[in-house]
Design a binder for this molecule. Structure first.
Ligand code: BEZ
Length: 370
């Protein structure tokens, strides 16, 4: 999961009795009290719509920008939009990017804060049905196109949506995606694990690597605590079951079943899904797909890669970028024009020694990090 996390814990889990109701600062002097420190308040609206598969809740931040797609996110199992995306979307460098887009954060049914537990026997939607709920969200908001950002199960759902509605998806950022259905070997392993592990432990095994789990850092303890004590744990288990029963997305390079838009595949270098993401990369159109492997999903690296991804789609004019980013972009742009071929497959990988991101084949290395 993410690194450099400002807050992993959704507001309802935070001790708030002594803190400021607006910004939750525990300090006597803080942003809401000092005019000079006051941050502009985010316009945030929560909506629910009825769909053929039940109601779905989503939260909108910002206002629609003319001629720009919305950024639409879908979270992973065991999380909701806030616990999954708040660290990324509230990351400092991310602000200059997202302020140019309206954001729609979908919560899978029963995962939104305060969601009641579904009654016994409730038929939770399959991942394909969850994908089929998205058109209702976009229709309600009157949005025609999106750039999707999904993690794990959410990445699968957005991919399925893009396969079904290619004209409405301008780009996809897919983090830790596993596009394959579970084979019988996976099922056997899953059943065996289920005999000895609780649902929260199995979900933690999906979100984190074994190394991370055995390290039992503060971060892991926080997630373990959140999931184990979630009042909607029964709902979480239903989403988890739908994830494990997913169909194969059946991507085929050069075939009919493929993503038509630019795709940025992202995987943490210790993530349990590394092989699946690598295989996914091999099945997608190399002219449309970038592959980014980031150690521990560092937010700075991810933000930077996202910036270039949007820029590749013509959405981040260099005038929107910081001076530092602009100078880096200049080298990226010139390298791309020397190459004269914008449509090749790109592998972005983080060099552990220099701490840089490089892109493209040897000889076309583009330094994009500090
Ligand atoms: C956003 O600005 O899109 C955002 C803010 C808080 C949590 C998640 C997303």
């Amino acid at each position: 999961m993410w690194r450099q996390l400002p807050s992993l814990v959704s507001s309802s889990y935070q001790a708030s009795w002594r803190s400021c109701r607006r910004c939750r600062s525990q300090r006597r002097s803080h942003c809401c009290q000092d005019r000079r420190l006051r941050r502009p308040r985010l316009l945030e609206t929560i909506h629910s719509v009825e769909t053929p598969y039940g109601s779905v809740t989503f939260t909108v931040y910002g206002t629609p920008k003319p001629k720009r797609p919305a950024i639409l996110t879908y979270h992973d199992v065991g999380l909701n939009y806030k616990s999954c995306f708040q660290p990324l979307f509230q990351f400092g460098d991310m602000q200059e990017i997202i302020q140019n887009f309206v954001r729609v954060h979908v919560d899978a049914p029963g995962m939104e804060e305060g969601a009641p537990v579904f009654p016994l026997g409730y038929q939770y939607p399959s991942l394909d049905q969850l994908a089929d709920m998205i058109p209702c969200v976009l229709q309600y908001l009157n949005f025609s196109t999106v750039i999707g950002v999904g993690v794990g199960a959410g990445a699968y759902i957005l991919s399925r949506y893009a396969l079904n509605h290619p004209d409405t998806v301008e780009g996809l950022v897919l983090i830790n995606i596993d596009p394959n259905a579970k084979g019988w070997m996976d099922w056997a392993a899953h059943k065996l694990t289920g005999l000895t592990s609780s649902i929260p432990e199995m979900i933690l095994g999906h979100l984190f690597s074994q190394e991370e789990l055995s390290g039992n850092s503060e971060l892991i303890q926080k997630y373990r605590n959140i999931i184990t004590h979630a009042p909607n744990l029964d709902n979480i288990e239903l989403y988890w079951n739908s994830y494990n029963n997913r169909r194969d997305l059946n991507f085929e390079r050069g075939g009919d079943i493929t993503l038509k838009c630019p795709v940025m595949l992202v995987v943490g270098d210790q993530a349990p899904h590394e092989d699946a993401v690598v295989e996914c990369n091999s099945k997608l159109d190399p002219t449309q797909t970038s592959f980014l492997k980031v150690s521990n999903l560092l937010l700075g690296k991810l933000t930077e890669a996202f910036k270039y991804f949007l820029q590749g789609m013509g959405y981040m004019a260099s005038s929107c970028m910081t001076r530092l980013s602009r100078s880096r972009t200049a080298s990226l742009t010139s390298a791309a024009s020397i190459d004269g071929n914008r449509s090749r497959s790109r592998t972005l990988s983080q060099s552990s020694e220099s701490g840089t991101l490089s892109s493209g084949p040897p000889g076309h290395t583009m330094e994009v990090s500090c």
